[in-house]
Write a protein that binds this ligand. Structure first.
Ligand code: K1U
Ligand code: ZN
Length: 186
């Protein structure tokens, strides 16, 4: 289902001559970095954000933080559009959580930096975020459902936190071992 949509989105890479960026996997130490604020929103940053988005579509994924492609700056991209819907690329620069609900929701999360590993993670059902958009304009948004889960997961990346950090040491080490084996086997 998703495969067809993501394949079509990935084809835009050829048309727009965009770059696919390598995605870091655990236990790469850069993934534990606290990312630095973005200073300037300019064309160079917009080109990088477009490359991130195309990398995310090709993976495929629904979100990606800059640190996952080796640049520890406070920037993330997302697209939660489903099959049959028009692409909905979203860019969040210097995002900050200003409010979270007390109610929690559980979602079976995945991560492009922890390929093929999934775990149930509890997070606030809703949150409010301030951020700069693609053009550097200040925005705020109230996120619910998968949008809320995904943006909190991506914001964690900006603070050096990966979803497996919420698991027991045993489960976390097992996941890292499996990813190392997967990467070694190519
Ligand atoms: O690595 C990442 O941060 C991206 C991650 C985002 C995410 C997924 C689920 C819950 C929270 C955050 C992914 O995109 S993993 C892949 C994935 O979920 C997916 C891939 C293709 C179609 C639909 C979903
Ligand atoms: Zn992730």
């Amino acid at each position: 289902m998703y495969h067809i949509t993501y394949k079509l989105k990935a084809q835009r890479i050829d048309q727009k001559n965009m770059a696919l960026l390598p995605i870091l996997t655990v236990p790469d130490p850069l993934l534990k970095t606290v990312s630095s604020p973005v200073e300037t929103v300019d064309d160079a940053l917009r080109n990088f954000m477009d490359d991130m988005l195309e990398t995310m579509y090709a993976a495929p994924g629904i979100g990606l933080a800059a640190v996952q492609v080796g640049r520890p700056i406070r920037l993330l991209v997302m697209d939660l559009a489903e099959e049959g819907e028009a692409p909905d690329p979203q860019y969040y620069i210097n995002p900050e959580i200003t409010w979270t609900s007390e109610e929690l929701a559980t979602y079976n999360e995945g991560c492009l930096s922890v390929p093929d590993q999934y775990a149930d993670i509890d997070r606030p059902t809703e949150c409010k975020i301030t951020y700069l958009d693609y053009h550097g304009k200040k925005q705020k948004i109230h996120a619910t459902g998968l949008f809320s889960t995904c943006i909190q997961h991506e914001l964690d990346h900006l603070n050096g936190i990966i979803f497996i950090d919420y698991l027991s040491t045993l489960k976390k080490n097992m996941a890292v071992r499996k990813v190392k084996k997967l990467v070694k086997e190519g």
